[in-house]
Structures are given as structure tokens and as C-alpha cells.
Design a protein around this ligand. Sequence first.
Ligand code: TYM
Length: 351
Amino acid sequence: MSTQASAVQTPTSFKPRIFSGIQPSGGLTLGNYLGALKRFVEKQDEGIETIYCMVDMHAITVWQDPEKLRHQTREGAAAFIAAGIDPKRSILFNQSQVSAHAELGWIFSCIARMGWMSRMTQWKDKTAGKNAEAASLGLFAYPALMAADILTYHATMVPVGEDQKQHLELTRDIAIKFNNDYGLDFFPVVEPLIEGAATRVMSLRDGTKKMSKSDPSDQSRINLTDDADTIATKIRKAKTDPLPLPDSVEALRDRPEARNLVNIYAALAEHSVEQVVRDFAGAQFGTFKPALADLAVAKLSPITTEMNRLMADPAEIDRILGDGADRAEAIARPILDRTKDIVGMIRSPKG
Ligand code: TYM
């Protein structure tokens, strides 16, 4: 082992630190809010060190209009702040400002195996029925960059929605393989935090499909930029079945649309799904949907209003992102430097 590598400290336990990210590849949805943002705020308020990122480098794995990408990155940051992220207590920045992500991403592309990547269901879904040969190399390598996002901070916990579970398993595999290959306990094996009633919010048009910012139908999702009337109309028109709401959670199992609306209600109200089922047992959707619409408007409208206020001053958002990037860089750089030492790369003696 080289002199530099043997001087590397090998942490055996890691300080609790949270990292998570959201792609600015479209406007944020209720799914992003309930599965991610709302929980990011809870983690910050629990007093854990929290680092949150608009992952613009992930977004360009598929073509993005440059002006829209810039707008969506700022709008995403505004959504974080409007939802309760305090940029003084949490670090909030955009990925491309901290080059450690790209540098460690390359090292991890050399650790991860082609077979691991080709088994990623998101890769398979995104290329299904299309010409996979025409997909970008970045889209294929995407999970290695995601592992770098997390591990360049030695983050130990990652709050995400259900759809990111497999990517986090891959992050664990990359950390374990790196540690084994170099015989060091250097990268933490991260813990996915997939918790609550809304880890998988489904489309309002099809209860078997995830609510997504990239769904061609705007009716399928609630956007964090939707006004009160739009939210109420989308909920009123949401697909349901003809039965009244049941009196047990179990009875929702084969009713994906009903289950989805009940889960959304529970997550917004911060009630258990059991309690919501108890409160609305026997109710028709004609009663339940207006109650859900009122609740959604009450919870989301203040966020939308605050987002609009923040978006009126894009320079201030850029300042917040720049400040967050400086603080992120200060954590990431020494970890990246140590990684380079371990791998056997010579660094400038000037530091
Ligand atoms: P993205 O941008 O697709 O989604 C951001 C977060 O929102 C969650 N989410 C949902 N949760 C519940 N129901 C839904 N319908 C729903 N849709 C999205 C996602 O699970 C995610 O937590 N690869 C990531 C971004 C990423 C990242 C990271 C995440 C890049 N690097 C490092 C964590 C750590 C993604 O595409 O998320």
C-alpha cells in the first residue's frame, strides 16, 4: 500500500448524516412532496445533519431545455425552502456546483459492474420498448453518480420514496465492493429511509402507475405549482371505483385508486392509514374527495404561495444555492481526496 493510502484514516463508525436529492427534470409533484420533501423537513427538524441537493447532472441524462433546467432547478430549491427547509440549518445546493460528485462518480463507474447497472428496473423501464442503444451512457451509469452523491459526504441515511430502493441497494453494493477491493472500512453502508403512508404516491388516473413529473398527462399528478382550483378539480376527477370506503385497511388491498387517495389523505393529515379508514368507513367518494381536496389545498397552498414569492427573486435563490455549494464542497473535498489516495492517484503536494 502506498504511503499516502496507509496514512488514510479508516473510520469504523460514521456520524449520522442525511443526504438526499431531487431531479429538476420537471416541476415537483405531490409524490415528491410526500415521499421526499416533507420527510426531508422532518429529518432536519429532528436535528440530524441534513444535506439536500437539486441533482441537475442527473437531470441531463435525458435532454433538458437549458432555460427550463435552470428554471426548474431554482423552482425546486424554492419548493424545498417553502416546504420548510432552512438553508442555514440544512445544506441546500445544486449538484453541478460541487465537482466531487462527478469525480467520485467516475471512480464508482469503475467499481460498479455492467451487470449491476443493466439489472436496474428504472433503466429497464426507461428503455423498455425503445432503442436502448440510443439511450445516453449517462442514463446507464446514473446509479454510480447517485452513489457518489451520497458517499462523497459519508452520508449514513437517505430518505427517499419506494422507487429509489434498488438504487440505494446498489449504493450499498458499491460501498461494500470499494471497501473490499481496497481492504478498508472507508465508505459507510447507507441505510435507506423509506417511511410513512406515502412512499409510493400513484397516478390520479391509474392507481397502478407511479405519480410522476414526466407523465404526459397533467391530470395524473398534483404539481406543487397548481392553484387551489386545479388541485380540487384534479382530485374530484381522480379515478376511483364505485364502492364506498371500507372499514379495514386490508379491504383496500385490491382497490389501488381508493388505497392511493386514502394514503395521500393519511400522509397530508399526518394520521395513520388505519385512522383514516376508521374516520371514513362507509363514506362515498362524493364525501371523501371534497374532504381530501380541502386538506390538500390547506397543506399545499401555503407552499405554492411561498414558492411564488421566492421565485420573484431568482438572484437570492442562486445565492442560497451557491452558499450551500461552498459548505457542501468543504465536506466533500477531503473525502474525495482520501478516496484518491486510497485508489493510488497522486495529488498535488500543494494540497
Ligand atoms: P426523483 O427526482 O425522481 O424523485 C425525488 C424524490 O421523490 C420521490 N418520489 C416519490 N415518492 C413517493 N411517490 C411518488 N410518486 C414519488 N415520485 C418521486 C423519490 O423516491 C425521491 O426520493 N435518483 C433520484 C435522485 C437522486 C438521489 C440521489 C436521491 C440522485 N442522487 C442521492 C437520493 C440520494 C431521483 O430520480 O429522484
